[in-house]
Design a protein around this ligand. Sequence first.
Ligand code: GDG
Length: 445
Amino acid sequence: MARLVIVSNRVPPPRERGQLAGGLAIALRDAIRDHDTLWFGWSGATGERREPHLSKAGRVSFATIDIPETEYRGYYQGFSNGMLWPLLHSRMGLAQFHRADLAAYRAVNRLFAEALAPLLRPDDIVWVHDYHLIPLGRDLRALGVSCRIGFFLHVPFPTPQLFDHLPQGDDLLRDFTAYDVLGVQVQQDADNLNQAMAGSGLRGRARAFPIGIDPETFASAARRAESTPDAMRLRESLAGRALILGVDRLDYSKGLPQRFRGYAQLLRRFPEHHKGVTMMQIAPVSRGDVAQYRTLRRELDELAGRINGEHGEFDWVPVRYMTRAVARNTLAGFYRYARVGLVTPLADGMNLVAKEFVAAQNPDDPGALVLSRFAGAADELADAILVNPFDPDETAEGLHRALTMPPDERRDRWQRMEEAVRRNTAATWAGNFLRALGPTAVRAA
Ligand code: GDG
């Protein structure tokens, strides 16, 4: 069987390599189990060293490289997260373009290619991940690499009209042509990317491969977590109030200020929920070194304070808001205990939180999901209460509906959502992609 080569900006940190716990690692676990695997990416360090750091854990070899300090900022904070991230999430107003950043982005991709090419064998199957590494395939081809190379974009792709704002965007579209398989999350992203490519005279062959989770593992973690001290403390602290739960990296694509306003609107328009609900938002800080993220954090601090000031009572705090991460198993227990999952990104490739929330529910008394129709997950989870997150009143109405939904309807909707989450798991996703990339890439399921 061919060797699988995974390339991503971040690779699992050394302490997680034995058990491969992180997001992408979980999604790729079955594929990794079936193959000798090389995982290639950034070491997390900056420096001038050119040779990769090599290590091995079981059947997986890791090769990581340092990025020169001078190029790191332009590549990572600059072009990847300061320009591409907002653009791909249709937030051009937040984007900052500098030619020097684009040059650094291209230079780092070439560096990746130069370090990776000598490690490759002709029958390897290479799978490149996400927007940091769009040019990598073409750079590898330029170095004579002939093996099969696929690319998966985890984030959305905007309309061609929006993408057209990117200076030298044509060049990036051409980069996509180097890949044998081009995967995106949902059909709308595939259509957008293919149209953008057609507009530049290129043949786009992007296809949708919606990512999933490992529902069994998540459900059993949630069942176990129900009786842990943390879950019991949460339950006690809520004193019978219904929990509305949000879990997101602190990122402006996740629609957090709009969500807070939606919740405030619930309290204003549906006073019967006063003292009957608590919203808890878990929002671990990410990309704290990018200015837009610091601004967002201040805005949320202020909004949470204002809602609590305006609606709170001496024995009721309407919003609980934490910027620290919670352990994964604890999180699973929180999902299970929540009456409502509130997932309202303004744009999201998929959104795994929505799927995790569904997987974690108690089948006899499942919670309701309020979901943005702009999350890729809305395609598969059509039985959620779908809302337009830009309208706080719609979010408030969705929350009211979720809080007052009869148990039978809650169960019916949840059953259909749970089937969808089980139908398309992380393993199905990786299997489908690798099968498209090469007939011998994975064993038939
Ligand atoms: C990108 C795309 C696409 C969050 N807080 C904590 C925590 N999390 C975990 C969640 C979930 C993951 O982080 C977030 O995944 P999402 O899919 O929701 O969002 P992104 O990070 O933006 O991911 C997205 C994804 O790639 C996969 O293709 O779905 O659209 O943007 O697993 O549970 N985990 C723990 N503590 C926290 O406080 N342990």
